[in-house]
Design a protein around this ligand. Structure first.
Ligand SMILES: Cc1cc2nc3c(=O)[nH]c(=O)nc-3n(C[C@H](O)[C@H](O)[C@H](O)COP(=O)(O)O)c2cc1C
Length: 326
């Protein structure tokens, strides 16, 4: 996969499932990261071709819990992001999914305690030897491109030094979130420190942090020199941020997201979570729409909220018919 001049949907836990990735792609995202999945979890899965909805599922053995769902349509642009603290386990996990995705990314930026206490996410930033071990093990053993995503270190010099070590492992690209581990999301991202990494490396750098409207894409490119840009919250709040045309109204974006959730039989908890995040940004969960979402128990309930009962029924009928002919 090429990493120059790309618009990238950032990895987002509980948000970056198949329907949201396809939504972002429809609006213009070239590369779409899946939510972070921990190596332990994917290793417990088996790969199942789901003829019913035409997806490829990684399902926890002995359960019907779909840990990762993808489809042919996104094969050339989906990035599987993994949380890991061990090269052997990371490889085992990557081998399971690598034929179905465009790249495998290692998360080295998550500051949450469940990640850091397991030696994953941002904990890796202080262990350059382990980073080297994980990335070179993956590079040598899988044909799929390998990338990673880091945060800024205490000084720009430290970040550049780490980035250079990472580049030497042969990764295809490096995503840099312009905040340090202790920074809060409301602290401004330091685009100037991303620029230092861009000028020190020859591999593509994907600049991430504080892109909230389409014009910010050009701004961060100019400020950092990076040709590719990654967007998280801006896309969560309105996935049409990737579109050079007029931003779609967020009401339409929500409706389309629910339709895609129905089409790809998304976990209702994940769809509800994403809808709530979208609503909280523009409005308030106390209004009837928010209350109805909180109360909803399945995708049929969500379809009803958005006046899409007919759509829901037609998808259901189509699947039943397909299944009968299978
Ligand atoms: C809801 C949410 C979930 C996130 N989950 C992940 C994740 O799974 N992996 C990761 O590397 N970063 C994760 N992040 C961080 C984003 O990918 C991104 O680095 C950060 O939000 C900065 O970008 P932004 O300013 O465009 O939001 C998450 C952020 C948000 C808002």
């Amino acid at each position: 996969m090429e990493y120059e001049n790309k618009l990238v949907l950032a990895p987002m836990v509980r948000v970056g499932t198949l329907p949201f990735r396809l939504l972002a792609a429809d609006y213009g995202a070239d590369i779409t990261y899946a939510e972070e999945i921990i190596d332990h979890k994917i290793i417990k899965c088996e790969r199942i071709v789901n003829d019913y909805i035409k997806s490829t599922d990684f399902v926890e053995k002995g359960t019907d819990n779909v840990v990762f769902r993808t489809c042919n349509e996104e094969k050339g642009r989906v990035v599987f992001q993994m949380g890991t603290s061990d090269a052997v386990r990371a490889l085992k996990a990557a081998q399971l999914v690598c034929k179905d995705v465009a790249a495998v990314d290692i998360n080295m930026g998550c500051p949450k305690s469940f990640s850091v206490s397991g030696g994953m996410g941002a904990a890796l930033l202080t262990k350059p030897d382990l980073i080297h071990d994980i990335l070179t093990t993956l590079r040598r053993n899988i044909d799929t491109p390998v990338t990673c995503k880091i945060r800024l270190l205490k000084s720009s010099q430290d970040t550049v030094e780490l980035a250079r070590r990472i580049e030497k492992t042969g990764v295809s690209a490096l995503a840099v979130h312009g905040r340090q581990v202790a920074d809060r999301p409301r602290d401004p991202a330091k685009w100037n420190e991303i620029a230092d990494v861009v000028s020190a490396l020859t591999i593509p750098v994907i600049a991430n942090g504080d892109v909230f409207e389409y014009d910010d894409i050009q701004r961060i490119k100019v400020a950092t020199g990076a040709s590719s840009v990654m967007v998280a919250r801006g896309a969560l709040w309105n996935a049409s941020i990737f579109s050079p045309n007029v931003e779609a109204h967020w009401e339409d974006v929500k409706k389309e997201y629910v339709r895609k959730s129905i089409l790809w039989d998304n976990d209702v908890k994940s769809t509800k979570h994403t809808l709530k995040e979208m609503i909280m940004h523009y409005s308030c969960l106390e209004f009837p729409e928010g209350k109805a979402i909180i109360k909803s128990q399945n995708l049929a309930d969500l379809a009803k909220i958005y006046g899409d009962e007919e759509y829901y029924e037609s998808v259901r009928a189509y699947r039943i018919a397909l299944n009968r002919h299978a």
